[in-house]
Structure formats: C-alpha cells, structure tokens
Design a protein around this ligand. Structure first.
Ligand code: NAP
Length: 287
C-alpha cells in the first residue's frame, strides 16, 4: 500500500511538472493596447486584475454596481499605465445589464480582445435552510449573466482572435458544506463553459476559453466569511489575478490556483471517503 501511494504521488507530481514545463510562455507586451472588459472589478480579484492589466498598458472597461468605487479603480488604472480606463455601473441581476455592459465596451474600445467574467453576488455562508429564492437570484448573477455576456461578446472575440476568461472555484468541482447556492452556480459555469469549449473547438473558432479554478483567496469578502470557521490557507488576490491574466493571454483552457487545487480535484474521485473526511473536518462546526 505504502509503495502504491508513493508511486501515485510521484506520478501526480511528474504529470504536474511536465504540464508546467510545456505550458506556453507569457509575453507581457501582448497585452499592450489589448481591449479588456473585467466584471466585478470594484473589489477583490477583479480589482487586482484591473491593476495588472493597467500595468501591462491595456485598454480597460470595468464594471460592478458601486459607481464611486469603480471611478476610483479606473483612476488608479490610469495612473498605473492603462491606455484607457472606463467604467460602467451595472447590476448583473437585471435582465438587460449584461448586454448593456458588453455593448458599452464594444463601442468605447472598438471591439474586445478579452472578456473576463469574474463578478459574484453576495451570498450566505452556512447550512442550507431552503432559500430557493436567493439561489434563483444568485444563479442569475453568477451564471446566467456570464452566458449572456459571453454570447454578446463572441462575434467581436471571433474577429479579434480573442479570449473568454471565466473565474470559477474549487467549489465548482468539489461539493462542500455551507456554500450550496454559490457552489451550484460555479458547477453550472464549469458545465456550460467546458461544453462551449468543445463546440468552439469543433467549429474551429478563433476564440479561446480559460476556466480558472481557484482555492481560498484572501479577498475581504471571502475572509469575512471563513474567519474562525476554517484553517484552510488563503492565497493572495494579486497573485491569483496575475495567474488568471496569464492563463487568458496564453490561451490555456485551465488554471488551478493554488497548484494543489488540481491535485485535490484529481484524487477526489479515486479516494472520495478520504477527501470527504478532510472536507467535513476542515470546518469548525458543532451541531
Ligand atoms: N475569494 C475567494 O476565496 C475565491 C475562491 C474561489 C473563487 N473565487 C472567485 O473569484 C471571483 C472574485 O471573487 P472575490 O473574492 O474577488 O469577490 P468580491 O471581492 O466579493 O468581488 C465581487 C465583485 O462582484 C461585484 N458584484 C457583486 N454583486 C454584483 C451584481 N449584482 N452585479 C454586478 N456586480 C456585482 C462586486 O462589486 P459591487 O458590490 O460594487 O457590485 C465586486 O466587484 C469570483 O468569481 C469568485 O467566485 C474567489
């Protein structure tokens, strides 16, 4: 058994290193002047992505609900080197806002090279207590608006040989307690965009899709929820943001950040009872 486990771990590590070494290299200059729309950019990972794109000299449109904060982020983007930094307040729970935002970016930037779908609506962290209405609303914000924006932007991305970048989560691949509505929206994203990837490839489309699987990241909204509840390590938002940008720019299908999230997703189907034991014991919960 011990030998088997050693061989297994060795094989996973070897496969991981081989993947890293053969990954396409990132050329920062490719983002100079790139036309980028980032959603959920008033805070957290989206805000950090806006700053990275700005440093690379991109032309950026950012969106979220809070206009004043968007204005401040856009000003900082200009000071960091963005060729353009525009903002548009929008609520992704409104039926027409996803299209309105994409149309704004297409008009102001003259097309799109990157559509980075990142926003999430605020959600509860706790045992499921039957809030179907909240789940329906969250599906609209975290999932339906993503597919609506992607569809609206596809013709422009097709023309520009552009990229669609979807920010997802380990909780979209591995069921966990306390985040049922959120987790459902992320599973939906993985299913939809994973399938769209095949259709675009079969149609020989110019558009690349990147699906980014993140572990716990130290944004204020995430840390406020898990503080005192779990000891799972949180990783820096600025590094997560840079990894997402590089994955999109190098047109890779998958990002797993931090790296061990990939190992966890690989072994969860082989040893479900071990993984389930760790999941249930990684939270402080007394019934
Ligand atoms: N942080 C983590 O631990 C973690 C882990 C795995 C995956 N992720 C993923 O990473 C992405 C970013 O997460 P984050 O932690 O950076 O989130 P965050 O800090 O909570 O930011 C969420 C963003 O979405 C915007 N937003 C909220 N409701 C909205 C609505 N109805 N319409 C439009 N925009 C709305 C917020 O701005 P306004 O309030 O101004 O609207 C904000 O800019 C998400 O896709 C998340 O699932 C995060």
């Amino acid at each position: 058994m011990a030998t088997f486990v050693k061989i297994l771990i060795g094989s996973i590590l070897a496969a991981y290193l081989a993947m890293k070494w053969t990954a396409p290299s990132f050329h920062p200059e490719s983002l100079k002047g790139a036309r980028v729309l980032v959603t959920g950019a008033s805070s957290g990972i989206g805000e950090q992505m806006a700053y990275h794109y700005a440093r690379f000299g991109a032309q950026i449109v950012i969106t979220a609900r809070r206009e004043k904060v968007l204005q401040q982020v856009a000003e900082k983007c200009l000071s960091l080197g963005a060729q353009k930094a525009l903002y548009i307040p929008a609520d992704m729970a409104n039926d027409s806002d996803p299209d309105r935002v994409v149309d704004f970016a297409l008009e102001k930037l003259g097309g799109l090279d990157y559509l980075v779908l990142n926003h999430i609506g605020p959600t509860t962290f706790g045992m499921w207590e039957g809030d179907v209405e909240h789940t329906r609303w969250l599906m609209k914000v975290n999932f339906l608006s993503y597919i609506q924006m992607a569809w609206r932007a596809l013709p422009s991305l097709e023309q520009s040989k552009g990229s669609l970048v979807v920010v997802s989560s380990l909780l979209g691949k591995m069921p966990n307690p306390f985040t049922l509505p959120y987790s459902s929206t992320k599973f939906a994203l993985n299913g939809f965009f994973g399938s769209l990837y095949h259709e675009l490839a079969m149609k020989k489309s110019n558009v690349s899709i990147s699906i980014c699987t993140l572990g716990l990241i130290d944004t204020d909204s995430a840390m406020d929820k898990v503080r005192g509840v779990t000891n799972i390590p949180a990783y820096p938002a600025t590094e997560a943001a840079l990894n997402i940008i590089i994955t999109g720019a190098t047109r890779q299908l998958d990002l797993y950040y931090p790296w061990f999230t990939q190992v966890v997703t690989l072994i969860k189907d082989w040893f479900p009872s071990i993984i389930n034991y760790f999941i249930q014991n990684s939270y402080n919960y007394i019934p």
